[in-house]
Design a protein around this ligand. Structure first.
Ligand code: ZN
Ligand code: ZN
Length: 387
């Protein structure tokens, strides 16, 4: 999850301190570094500002007993996350003169942590799994599913009210739906914005709720969703259907998305490696020895013709380019890869056994030159792997 993010530096390292540093040392280190990297002093250096924020965040945490203890125990992976939210320290208005003053705790006016309310306005995303037959990986397909989800109530059109005249503005938040409160973290005051508890972030109070949805503005509804599965699809691919998730909790808010995770069924004989198709083909000894050609029905509608050269060995692979699955985002197709297997008849009559044993002259036995044969086989195997 954090793979793409730059590694967050250790707070002590940021301030050039060791773990056991005293509060006074932390304060001194911060004051001197903050003066050096203050954006006013480095107007042409964009790095100074991020350095300054980094310093201020480190100081905010390490100068607060609770936050420092948590940091010492868990590092940056504290349960509940950073008190500054996932975006980290967003910035403070500190004038350069403040850094010379005596009380550092007083200099930070406030900074903002945006609450998660914006995300909650959008309806929840949903995910369903959907199986398609193997053939869809070749041709793609048009599918239709029914899903039950919280949707905008049709009776009140999401208003939640039986009649529009009975909707009042929430007195708790003056209709804004959000309230601000001030929290202290160490010497800093920060303003936290959150949903108004009186109206649950809606900004209004319904006096005469809609009977169909009980005032929620949403109700469980079953809807059909049509979608196209692209050729070349593989299991685990998620198709995103914008706006087909849950309706927003708030009237007029954006609906969530529906994700459809595709599960491609198996084929009777093909295994799949991306757009390549792999199969094993059992061939009798005589055909391997003399060579032959085999026709197999194929999922693209045409037969596949596998030409087996004389003197083929079990384990040899025959590639048929351009007959595999479509490659996504391209017009080309993968290959069909056929591994030859030796097909030994399960039952051989006594008479046939006699006839075969009479052919030892032609077929040979392993009693002669056994070491040489083993060596040749190893050589062949290593060379074919190197290719
Ligand atoms: Zn309110
Ligand atoms: Zn309703």
């Amino acid at each position: 999850m954090v793979d793409n993010m730059p590694e967050k530096r250790d707070y002590y390292e940021v301030l050039g301190l060791s773990r056991g540093s005293s509060k006074e040392e932390i304060r001194k280190a911060y004051r001197s570094l903050a003066r050096k990297y203050h954006p006013d002093k480095n107007p042409d250096d964009p790095d100074a500002e991020s350095r300054f924020k980094e310093l201020s965040e480190a100081f905010a945490i390490l100068s607060d007993d609770d936050e420092r203890r948590k940091y010492d125990t868990f590092g940056h992976n504290s349960p509940g996350g950073s008190p500054f939210g996932p975006g980290g320290f967003q910035g403070v208005n500190i004038s350069i003169d403040d850094l010379f003053g005596g009380d550092l705790g007083g200099i930070f006016s406030q900074f903002f942590r945006s609450s998660s309310s914006n995300r909650r306005v959008k309806g929840s995303d949903l995910m369903v799994r959907h199986s398609v037959p193997f053939q869809s990986a070749m041709d793609g397909c048009e599918e239709e599913i029914e899903i039950e989800a919280l949707r905008t109530c049709e009776e009140c059109e999401g208003e939640g009210s039986a009649d529009s005249s009975s909707v009042r503005q929430c007195p708790g938040c003056d209709g804004r739906g959000r309230i601000e409160r001030v929290e202290r973290i160490g010497p800093f005051t920060q303003r936290v914005v959150s949903d108004c508890p009186s109206c649950d972030g809606e900004g209004r109070i319904i006096q005469n709720p809609c009977t169909s949805c009980g005032g929620a503005g949403r109700s469980n509804q079953t809807k059909k969703v049509r979608f196209s599965v692209p050729p070349g699809v593989s299991s685990g691919v998620r198709l995103r259907m914008r706006g087909h998730g849950e309706a927003s909790r708030i009237s007029g808010g954006e609906s969530g998305d529906l994700y459809i995770e595709i599960d491609v069924g198996s084929h009777d004989w093909f295994e799949r490696d991306g757009s390549d198709l792999l199969m094993a083909l059992p061939i009798g000894f005589a055909d391997l020895l003399l060579g032959t050609s085999v026709k197999i029905p194929h999922i693209d509608g045409d037969e596949i013709k596998v030409k087996i050269p004389a003197g083929s060995n079990p384990g040899d692979t025959i590639s048929i380019p351009g007959r595999g699955l479509p490659r996504q985002g391209s017009r080309s197709r993968g290959e069909v890869s056929v591994v030859l297997k030796l097909d030994i008849p399960s039952r051989v009559s006594r008479a046939d056994k006699k006839r075969i044993s009479e052919m030892y002259d032609v077929l040979g036995t392993n009693e002669d030159n056994i070491q040489e044969k083993i060596r040749d086989e190893a050589y062949r195997r290593r060379n074919s792997r190197a290719r």
